[in-house]
Design a protein around this ligand. Structure first.
Ligand code: NAD
Length: 298
């Protein structure tokens, strides 16, 4: 069993840490939030006063932070950050969803300091973090990814090695751009069906067995009824918030601009989610709740 430092104990990091404790690892926890730290302590972790203190004796360091700026700061601040604080040869695993450039910059700084690092963002929300059924997409050198695999398997059901540093973030950004566009296509189709006098359940019965079939329809159907577990049946309580979807669509557009890729549908999806998130409370709703705006705008 490993000694693990875990930094960033929010909605996702908290339950991920709890699963590592259950698997028998020794956890040293740090977060800026005292409440988050108290929950980690209750789950069985040791509370650290700083990120550097948590990492000081760690074989593995895991981070689950909001965005690229937090990851850069926590790993590479002026006092050396986690890269300087962790023992030589420690394995650094960043599970946050961030921009590819930040992931590659931090991985390069870690390599310069003789540390192994992988970017390992996740698919699956808080429910999957609690159940230990996350999917990890992992970018990094073969030996680092294989060393990370048993640790990640204590928190997830699938670990996919995507290639070199930054490719885990690339996979996450591309997947979620697909998801955002796909959800909008399903919302528009249900709105059009309503205008045409076609019952939503009937459209579901056809499209779930026809070429329109996709995850946004069969698992996360944006209208109440056809899929009883979808957020549409609980007033669009998230799930995966529209604000999170907007964040990921922005990352996709930023990556497209830097790499010279044309992603017009991704750009349109970003604009529509930005409008929805600017509505009172829109950003806190599940991302499938955008159907309310699409129906209202038609
Ligand atoms: P969150 O805001 O609930 O948690 C982030 C935590 O990081 C907070 O507890 C905050 O106090 C802490 N933090 C921020 N800066 C810090 C610092 N400098 N030092 C120590 N702690 C710091 O966010 P979340 O929902 O847990 O998401 C975390 C990451 O996971 C994000 O990148 C998000 O995009 C990604 N993600 C989230 C979901 C989801 O459904 N929530 C799903 C997949 C991926």
């Amino acid at each position: 069993m490993a000694t693990i430092a875990f930094v960033g104990l929010g909605n996702m990091g908290g339950p991920m840490l709890a699963n590592l404790v259950k698997a028998g690892h020794a956890l040293h926890a740090f977060d800026l939030s005292q409440d988050a730290l108290a929950r980690a302590e209750t789950a069985g972790a040791t509370r650290a006063a700083t990120a550097a203190e948590a990492a000081a004796a760690a074989e593995v360091v895991i981070t689950m932070l909001p965005a690229g700026q937090h990851v850069r700061q926590v790993y590479m601040d002026e006092s050396g950050g986690l890269i300087g604080a962790a023992p030589k040869g420690a394995l650094l695993i960043d599970c946050s969803t961030i921009d590819v450039d930040s992931a590659r910059a931090v991985a390069a700084a870690a390599a310069d300091a003789g540390q192994r690092m992988v970017d390992a963002p996740v698919s699956g929300g808080v429910g999957a973090a609690e159940a230990g059924t996350l999917t990890f997409m992992v970018g990094g050198a073969d030996d680092a990814v294989e060393a990370a695999r048993p640790i990640l398997e204590a928190m997830g059901k699938a670990v996919v090695h995507t290639g070199g540093p930054g490719t885990g973030q690339a996979a996450k950004i591309c997947n979620n751009m697909m998801l955002g566009i796909q959800m909008l296509s399903v919302c528009e189709a249900f709105m059009l069906a309503k205008r045409l006098g076609l019952d939503a359940q009937k459209l579901f019965d056809v499209s779930s067995r026809a070429s329109g079939q996709c995850w946004s329809l069969t698992t996360y159907c944006p209208v109440p009824g056809p899929v009883p577990t979808s957020p549409a049946n609980r007033d669009y309580k998230a799930g995966f918030t529209a604000a999170m979807m907007l964040k990921d669509l922005k990352l996709a557009q930023q990556a497209a601009a830097v790499s010279g890729a044309a992603t017009p549908l991704g750009g349109l999806a970003e604009s529509l989610y930005a409008v929805f998130c600017n509505h009172e409370g829109g950003g806190t709703l599940d991302f499938s709740g955008i159907i309310q705006m699409i129906e209202g705008d038609a």
